[in-house]
Write a protein that binds this ligand. Structure first.
Ligand code: GLU
Length: 315
């Protein structure tokens, strides 16, 4: 386990078995909601004799909080998580996203978009992932540059996948999302591109993450298909919400976890995930808590706490 930045690599390692990951955005310290996702992805990886990686998704500087990356890693360590490779920072991989964009543009699968937000707002209808891009620039031949947004062409057929918890999920990207952003107007790689490139190049076989990202997955599958990547398995787990039913989020000011109470935090997270730890387990050592959890975990435990995200509450 090491906190050093991983060197850039465009070569996907050989697939030897299960590889999971936890991919926090450094928009604040570790809170209960992200701990729950980390626990579920970690237990799934370990119970499948797999590897578990941590990736810092730091491609949105205006939303990031200085030092949140190291604070998240320190909190994970204090809670007994052990990662199998050096954590990777997305900001150190911009060349990989740029080369994926070049490839998509060269094959006319993606195009430069000059639309302003105002222009899009004036024409677009709302969809489950936000405004549905009306396609204004899809037939224009704007020259490739580094200053404008880039969108991926979508097609009028449903993309479906079998989520291990949520079951069959499908979305018609053309009708419900529109050609979506791969690069934002400020030149930064968009989430849908970066997450897909990294999951593929890190050879992630299984993605376990919050159900607020369920309907983003068809976008990721479309990117995978365009770039010839292998599709990982997906498990979208219930997300922790506040009393008002809103997702706990770092940006929404969810409380930072106190690492001094790591045992109690872990036990609370495990209860949220449907496990039934004995009452006094939180007073045991961290290693003992993880041993108990690894013995008790099956993804089936989550079926009791399932919910599907409401349209309109999605990223
Ligand atoms: N970076 C995202 C977040 O912190 C998670 C993305 C993912 O797991 O695909 O919400």
């Amino acid at each position: 386990m090491s906190n050093q930045k991983a060197p850039n690599s465009s070569e996907a390692p050989e697939n030897k078995g299960y590889r999971g990951r936890f991919a926090p955005s450094p928009t604040g310290p570790l809170h209960f909601g992200s701990l729950v996702t980390a626990i579920a992805s970690y237990l799934e990886a370990r119970c499948n004799h797999g590897e578990w990686l941590v990736r810092i998704e730091d491609l949105d500087p205006p939303r990031e909080v200085a030092g949140a990356d190291t604070s998240i890693l320190r909190a994970l360590e204090a809670h007994g998580f052990e990662w199998d490779e050096a954590p990777l920072w997305q900001s150190s991989r911009l060349d990989l996203y740029a080369s994926a964009l070049n490839k998509l543009h060269r094959h006319d699968l993606a195009y430069i978009c000059h639309c302003t937000r105002k222009q899009i707002r004036a024409l677009a209808k709302p969809g489950p992932l936000g405004l549905i891009y009306p396609g204004n620039c899809s037939k224009k031949k704007h020259l490739f540059d580094t200053r404008h947004a880039i969108r991926l062409r979508t097609h009028e057929h449903a993309i479906s996948f079998n989520d291990k918890l949520q079951g069959r999920t499908e979305l018609n990207l053309y009708n419900d999302v529109g050609d979506f952003l791969l690069r934002r107007g400020d030149g930064l790689a968009a989430y849908h591109l970066a997450v897909t490139v990294d999951d593929a190049l890190q050879n992630i076989t299984d993605v376990v993450r919050g159900s607020d990202l369920l309907l983003s997955t068809p976008c990721h599958i479309h990117v995978q298909q365009c770039l010839g990547y292998v599709q990982p398995g997906y498990t979208h787990i219930p997300i922790a919400t506040d009393k008002g039913g809103k997702k706990l989020s770092k940006r929404g000011g969810a409380d930072e976890l106190n690492s001094g109470l790591a045992g109690a935090n872990l036990v609370r997270g495990m209860r949220f995930l449907g496990l039934r730890p004995p009452v006094d387990l939180e007073n045991a050592g961290i290693a003992e808590i993880w041993l108990w959890a690894r013995d008790s975990w099956t993804i089936e435990t989550l079926r009791g706490v399932m919910e599907r995200p409401e349209i309109g509450h999605l990223k």
